[in-house]
Design a protein around this ligand. Sequence first.
Ligand SMILES: [Zn+2]
Length: 319
Amino acid sequence: MPLNRRKFLKKSAVTGAGVALAGAAAPSAQAAESAMKKPAKAKRYSLTVLGTTDLHGHVFNWDYFKDAEYTDTAGNAQGLARISTLVNRIRKERGRENTLLLDAGDTIQGTPLTYYYAKVDPITAKGGPVHPMAQAMNAIGYDAVALGNHEFNYGIETLRKFEDQCRFPLLGANALDAKTLKPAFPPYFIKKFHVKGAPPVKVAVLGLTNPGIAIWDKAYVQGKLTFPGLEEQAAKWVPKLRSMGADVVVVSAHSGSSGTSSYGDQLPYVENSAALVAQQVPGIDAILVGHAHVEIPELKVTNTKTGRTVVLSEPLAFA
Ligand SMILES: [Zn+2]
């Protein structure tokens, strides 16, 4: 993840950070207006949403394969330690109470470090260690993280142990129990942001994971979990979140924006459907995109039903 994203930050008051995403700015002008009954004096509240994705076991700016500090020709850095610095900076600028920190999944697989804590000194062992990704993300203070497909690579037991060790929810509205078809993970997370002289702004984060898990980790999930499409599950949950009083709805989606699937028609669900979700499901303000390892500073998608703009952003990968 490049550290030189300051341009992006300065360019737009609504954006999150160099680290990431989409800011849903002035999310609740409407809510504030109706609450104050004098639209002319509507208060505006600015919330900064920071996002990372596809951390893939990168804690430090370290090339875990070369066993040397990570470096590339563009001067980019990786890892949560660097993210922590950026997050602290943005929290200081905006006030921590006005920021939300999200991740879009693929956390516990990808480096020798994650292999070690899954297989060599497993977190699932009796009295086993706390996963370094859980420790680092707890220390930084993530608010919510979406499940990625790679979360299932070491089996459900490892994932559940990791979930236990995280002080933030792992969200997956489209990860359902195969028998009951009820959510197997928390589908959403709601946080209230306090605004001086106005009612609090209620922000809901809906987490969506990748339908491809059904193929890629079939051995672990078959008969246990089922993963329907992001579009249909978002269409089910977003109206619920709005009726629960959410002024702002942010989706953290472990799904790219291209509208295509690497698995062809093996599944009736699109692998990279974040833009389709934005287009088809009314009521979403912003989407943190993951999975595709593509850098998208900002992509504006118009919802076909409401004509409203949904802001998408994908912070490349490895934090
Ligand atoms: Zn992925």
